[in-house]
Ligand binder design. Structure first.
Ligand code: CTP
Length: 206
């Protein structure tokens, strides 16, 4: 399970990041563990805590999250809820950059962890679940991610709605399946959403 944001450093005191509390990912990890899954949670920086029965690996950058994910395989199920930065700074300054009138940052693409794991047969877990956080055209973009990233399921959530947004304890999501079937999990706590999702995972695996 990946969760939370990643940080990509510009210099020792500055970084680029994504908005993400990590709450939904942590709740899914708890639900998995409660149901007996041996669970590894690879988390970017968050303010959250997790029970000791979950193997927590703390990371900062997308590259660290990628390496930790590789080390955590094989797995039966992989769920990618992290808000991974799509780009990193090409050259991170060792020293604090002094203020200037203008500054340009050269960015390069980070590895897409979900895409990589999902498209390498030797690594691919039986069930690969991605997330799609969108502000508009939710289902259109979520289906695109489902097929382009070769996922089995995509969990789509509308992050333009503050009541189910990043810091909320509540969520409302759609699960999109490969056969175009779609299931909506109505407004409820992130913890209840997670329990329902894990029930679906258990049914799928059995
Ligand atoms: N993801 C990942 N590694 C990345 C980027 C994304 O593993 N470098 C995963 C996320 O954890 C999520 C899914 O891919 O499960 C979709 O992430 P999202 O940020 O919504 O999509 P992007 O592919 O980055 O596309 P865009 O930013 O253009 O919407």
């Amino acid at each position: 399970m990946t969760a939370g944001p990643t940080k990509e450093y510009i210099d020792p005191v500055r970084y680029i990041s994504n908005k993400s509390s990590g709450k939904q990912g942590y709740e899914i990890a708890k639900s998995l563990s409660k149901k007996g899954f041996e669970t590894t949670l690879i988390s970017g920086p968050t303010n959250l805590e997790i029970n000791n029965d979950i193997n927590l690996i703390k990371v900062e950058t997308a590259e660290e999250m990628f390496q930790s994910t590789l080390k955590s395989l094989p797995a039966d199920v992989a769920i990618f809820s992290a808000a991974v930065c799509d780009y990193k700074v090409k050259v991170t300054s060792r020293e604090k950059i002094k203020k200037q009138d203008e500054i340009s940052l050269e960015l390069e693409k980070n590895v897409d962890i979900l895409d990589y794991i999902s498209n390498h047969n030797s690594l691919r877990p039986e069930l690969v679940v991605g997330f799609a956080a969108e502000t508009n055209d939710l289902e259109k973009y979520a289906y695109k991610k489902l097929s382009e990233k070769n996922c089995d399921w995509i969990i789509a959530n509308d992050v333009s709605n503050e009541s189910i947004g990043f810091d909320s304890d509540f969520n409302e999501v759609s699960i999109l399946y490969k056969d175009k079937k779609i299931e909506r999990l109505k407004y409820k706590s992130k913890s209840e959403i997670s329990d329902e999702l894990v029930e679906k995972i258990i049914n799928h695996l059995s």
